[in-house]
Write a protein that binds this ligand. Structure first.
Ligand code: CUA
Length: 342
């Protein structure tokens, strides 16, 4: 296999990221060599030749000052612009992304597909489709790191962070936790399985019995009796949730908020923080009553009440692209891990 300096390039962003890194290494190497060579040259060329040897006084050189200001400035601006363009690309999930939810805890990764499959320390994804991860933690800060995709993002308790990637090669790629999170941090690893779209579809079908996240969310919604106040026709004491996701919401204190995942999560756990204009702060908190996974299920359910949300909210497409996921064949679906520990 030989010595590998870099992990395989298995996502659309990895080639660009590596080119930037090569450039940074080349610049650093060039100037290190230049400085070393200059040190040796000057040490010999301007060495003290006798006891009374005094160098001539030099009163600066404007040309030199400008030169060694402008060259580093230009180089660092190139680095900045290049890096920023990759950063923006990496921060903006594409509109047709497939949604996956990640809940980290000491010391495991729990991953849920919108279709309902739940996995532990393993994520199956189709080739050639952008995958958007919405992530949170149940305890401390973790970090989702897949070297082959060149993506790394902190996973923070109490808020959602997102990341996206588009795999370009089938295979199994290492997932690491890249933030020290306690005793078994080093063992908080997993695998990303990139499959051909038809294999992925077969795998999905193999676990269909679990029901979609939205369906689980609906059950939870009913068991918590949310519908008593949030009536779909808007006649209840609380705002209707139909069509809410991705829409701007007018708040009682003035101001407008976009109904995204973070807003819905906050409204479930801290309902008094943002009151919808025209409504009373009646809702109790569901902190401690709903797990992080439960909140994600409720969010998927609320999203499902807004059919067109995928495009409105800038990249939370729930509905799989019809062209990629329609084929089915008789490949053996990979076994699906069921979380037995919660
Ligand atoms: Cu989780 Cu380190």
């Amino acid at each position: 296999m030989g010595l590998r300096l870099f992990p395989v390039q298995a996502s659309t962003i990895s080639v660009e990221t590596d080119h930037l890194l090569y450039f940074l290494v080349a610049v650093a190497a060039f100037f290190s060599l230049l400085i070393f060579a200059a040190i040796f040259y000057f040490a010999i060329r301007y060495r003290r030749r006798s006891e009374r040897d005094l160098p001539p006084a030099v009163h600066g050189g404007m040309a030199l000052e400008i030169l060694w200001t402008v060259i580093p400035l230009g180089l660092t601006m190139v680095m900045f612009g290049w890096d920023a363009s990759i950063f923006f690309k990496e921060s903006r999930p594409q509109d047709n992304s497939m949604q996956v939810y990640v809940v980290a805890k000491q010391w495991m990764w729990k991953l849920q597909h919108a279709e309902g499959q739940r996995e532990i320390n393993e994520l199956h994804v189709p080739l050639g489709r952008p995958i958007r991860l919405t992530m949170t933690s149940e305890d401390v800060i973790h970090s989702f790191f897949v070297p082959a995709f060149r993506v790394k993002q902190d996973v923070v308790p109490g808020r959602y962070t997102t990341i996206w990637f588009e795999p370009t090669k089938t295979g199994r790629y290492h997932l690491f936790c890249a933030e020290y999170c306690g005793t078994n941090h080093s063992r908080m690893t997993g695998w990303i399985d990139v499959m051909e779209p038809q294999d992925y579809q077969a795998w999905l079908d193999g676990g269909a019995a679990m029901g979609s996240l939205a369906a689980s969310g609906q059950k939870l919604f009913e068991s918590l009796a949310c519908g008593n106040c949030h009536k779909p026709d808007g006649s209840g004491r609380c705002p209707s949730l139909v069509g809410l996701y991705g829409r701007p919401v007018q708040l009682a204190g003035g101001g407008v908020v976009q109904a995204d995942e973070a807003y819905i999560r906050e409204s479930i756990l801290n309902p008094d923080v943002k009151i919808v204009a025209g409504f009373q702060p009646l809702m109790p908190t569901f902190q401690g009553l709903v797990t992080e996974e439960g909140v994600l299920e409720l969010i998927e359910y609320i999203k499902s009440l807004s059919p067109a949300a995928g495009t409105q909210a800038g990249g939370n497409g729930l509905t799989p692209e019809p062209n990629t996921l329609k084929n089915s064949n008789q490949e053996t679906p990979a076994p699906i891990e069921r979380p037995g520990n919660r």
